[in-house]
Ligand binder design. Structure first.
Ligand code: NI
Length: 224
C-alpha cells in the first residue's frame, strides 16, 4: 500500500523549515548511500548540527508521527532521524531500493516504511517526482508542500531529475510494529472501516467487535 497524507505541516512550519533550509549547510548525499545506490544518487543533504535545526527536525518528526493517518498506516516502533534533502540543477536519484537496516547501536532499525515529505510548492520546480515501481506499473508522486507519500521500503524507486528550481523534502525510515505490508494494510482497512462506522452510528456493538478484532490481530502480528 502506498499512501499520500495531506496537510502534515502547517504553513507556519513550512515557512520555518524553508527559512532554515535557505541558510543551512548542505553536503553531498552520497555520504549516506550504500555502495550501489551511490552510483545513481546525486543530491544534497542538510547538516543538522545546531540547536535550532535540531528543534525544527523534532517539530517535523512530531507532526508526522502524531498524524492519525500516519499512525494507522505505519504503526511506527522506531524511526531514523529525518533527513532534509535538496535536488537542484539536474540532480536526480536513479532506481534503487533503500537499505534494509539503518543506523548504529541502539538507533539501529529495520526499515519497513519509507516516506517523502514535500517542502516546496510543486509549481516552483520542474521534475523531482518520486517514481515507484510496483506490479501495477510505474507511479509518480509530486505532492503539495506539507504532504507526504508513505511506501513500503521494499519498493524500487527513483527521483526524476529536477530541471528548474529546487526540490526540498524531508525523508526518513520507520521500523513498524507490523513488519508485513499486507498485514499493515489489513489493519489499516479495518481501522478505517471501524472509524467510519463510529462516525455514522457511534459506539455500537459492531464497532466494539471490530475494535476487538483490530486489537487481537495486532496481538498476533505485532513485534514490540
Ligand atoms: Ni530511496
Amino acid at each position: 500500500m502506498i499512501l499520500c497524507i495531506g496537510n502534515i505541516l502547517s504553513d507556519q512550519q513550512l515557512r520555518e523549515v524553508r527559512t532554515a533550509l535557505d541558510s543551512g549547510q548542505f553536503e553531498d548525499g552520497r555520504k549516506t548511500a550504500g555502495w550501489h545506490a551511490r552510483l545513481v544518487k546525486n543530491n544534497e543533504q542538510m547538516q543538522v548540527s545546531d540547536d535550532s535545526a535540531k528543534a525544527l527536525r523534532a517539530s517535523v518528526e512530531k507532526s508526522l508521527t502524531e498524524h492519525p493517518l500516519f499512525q494507522m498506516a505505519v504503526r511506527p516502533a522506531k524511526m531514523t532521524p529525518i533527513l532534509f534533502s535538496r535536488y537542484r540543477d539536474g540532480m536526480t536519484y536513479g532506481n534503487h531500493v533503500d537499505d534494509p537496516v539503518m543506523g548504529r547501536g541502539a538507533g539501529r532499525i529495520r526499515t519497513d516504511v519509507s516516506f517523502t515529505l514535500f517542502l516546496d510548492d510543486p509549481e516552483t520546480y520542474d521534475g523531482g517526482e518520486l517514481m515507484t515501481e510496483t506490479s501495477a506499473g510505474e507511479q509518480s508522486y509530486k505532492l503539495p508542500a506539507g504532504s507526504a507519500v508513505v511506501y513500503p521500503s521494499s519498493t524500487l524507486h527513483r527521483v526524476a531529475p529536477v530541471t528548474r528550481g529546487q526540490r526540498r523534502v524531508a525523508i526518513g525510515w520507520i521500523q513498524s510494529t507490523i513488519r508485513d505490508p499486507a498485514q499493515r494494510e489489513v489493519l489499516f482497512d479495518l481501522d478505517t472501516a471501524r472509524r467510519k462506522l463510529f462516525e455514522r452510528e457511534g459506539k455500537t456493538t459492531e464497532f466494539d467487535l471490530l475494535t476487538k478484532s483490530l486489537a487481537n490481530l495486532q496481538r498476533f502480528w505485532a513485534e514490540v
